[in-house]
Ligand binder design. Structure first.
Ligand code: IPM
Ligand code: MN
Length: 354
């Protein structure tokens, strides 16, 4: 089967890590008899530099006509400390999510036994952790009305029942294939939108009597994710809380360089590592490609329903980690480069198949 993938490398280490993702996809194609075609598009600071727009219309069209979208990272220090910038690379990501209708962001987090020592948390706290965050991605405070008044600024947080229901359904369906537990993370003691989340999710839970539902305020959740992460199965939450707790949860894996993600909507899917553009690492060969490679694995599973192929990538990554062919973020002092780590996974795909 042939799959047409829109390839958005973006900024910073994006091109380097996406290069390793493609390497691994092509290895899967060879071993399992699929072919992947790539159509490139500009996004982020690279797109601002080239055409003055962080998400040009042509890139939207490339994404719309592809079977799925594989995205690297975006962001550039030129904009980070300039609150007055008129256009920002991040607007490209938000526009991409909104215009492709990607309303749910799925971020799995698990503790790899070999990486536990790179986490600042004690091993016994990490053991058995295998959770997934379902973050609402196209609503809430990120997309509400925002602006300045004289001497003040505002960002409106707004959620409709429909927006809550569609992400909640996906979270409950995921829980059914896992350990059958959903934890809704909100701030219902303070925020009206959070009270609507609770009401809506509680009602919808009636359709999933086989799934347990509990609730945590986000401040408490932030503490429990560190204190006792293995209690969580599926975490369901809004856009901003999901952004924050998913970076927090990355310490469980030992490195932000290990976390993949999927974004899904009615029509299109997108896969990206959750780490940022890591400008300090550009060109040094030290970027960890595993978050991107594992995002490719999620693409095979979620977008193309290629389960065996997806598992082959995950197993190859696990093996490479066991054998220590990893970048210095997870093994301090390691001289293994981004490319070598990617090569090791690609070689591993051949072995997993036999
Ligand atoms: C993420 C990022 C983005 C977000 C930024 C770059 C806009 O932090 O994907 O988590 O806040 O959603
Ligand atoms: Mn984030």
């Amino acid at each position: 089967m042939h799959y047409n993938i829109a390839l958005l490398e973006g900024d910073g280490i994006g091109p380097e890590v996406i290069g390793e993702g493609i390497k691994v996809l092509d290895a899967v194609g060879e071993v399992f008899g699929h072919s992947f075609g790539y159509s490139r598009g500009l996004v982020g600071a690279a797109a601002i530099d080239a055409v003055g727009d962080p998400f040009p219309h042509q890139t939207l069209e490339t994404c719309q006509s592809a079977d799925s979208v594989f995205f690297g990272t975006l962001g550039d220090p030129r904009y980070d400390n300039d609150p007055g910038a008129k256009v920002r690379p991040e607007q490209g990501l938000l526009a991409m999510r909104k215009s492709l209708g990607l309303f749910t962001n799925i971020r799995p987090v698990k503790a790899y036994p070999e990486l536990m020592d790179s986490s600042p948390l004690k091993n016994e706290r990490l053991e058995g952790t295998d959770l997934v965050i379902y973050r609402e991605l196209t609503g809430g405070i990120y997309f509400g009305d925002k602006g300045r008044k004289k001497g003040s600024a505002y960002d409106i947080c707004d959620y409709s029942t429909h927006e809550i229901q569609r992400v909640a359904h996906l979270a409950f369906q995921a829980a059914r294939k896992r350990r059958r537990k959903v934890t809704l993370v909100d701030k219902a003691n303070v925020l009206e939108t959070s009270r609507l989340w609770r009401e809506t999710v509680q009602e919808l839970a009636g359709e999933y009597p086989d799934v347990a539902l509990d609730y945590l305020f986000v401040d408490n959740a932030a503490m429990q994710i560190i204190q006792n992460p293995s209690q969580f199965d599926v975490i369901l939450t809004g856009n901003m809380f999901g952004d924050i707790i998913s970076d927090e949860a990355s310490v469980i894996t030992g490195s932000l360089g290990m976390l993949p993600s999927a974004s899904v909507g009615e029509e299109q899917t997108l896969f990206e590592p959750i780490h940022g553009s890591f400008p300090q690492a550009v060109g040094k060969g030290i970027a960890n490609p595993f978050a991107t490679i594992l995002s490719a694995a999620m693409m095979l599973d979620v977008a193309f329903d290629l389960k065996e192929e997806s598992r082959a990538i995950e197993q190859a990554v696990a093996k490479v980690i066991r054998e220590g062919e990893v970048t210095p973020d997870i093994r301090p002092g390691s001289r293994v480069t981004t490319r070598q780590a990617g090569d090791a996974v690609a070689r591993g795909i051949q072995q997993v198949k036999v």
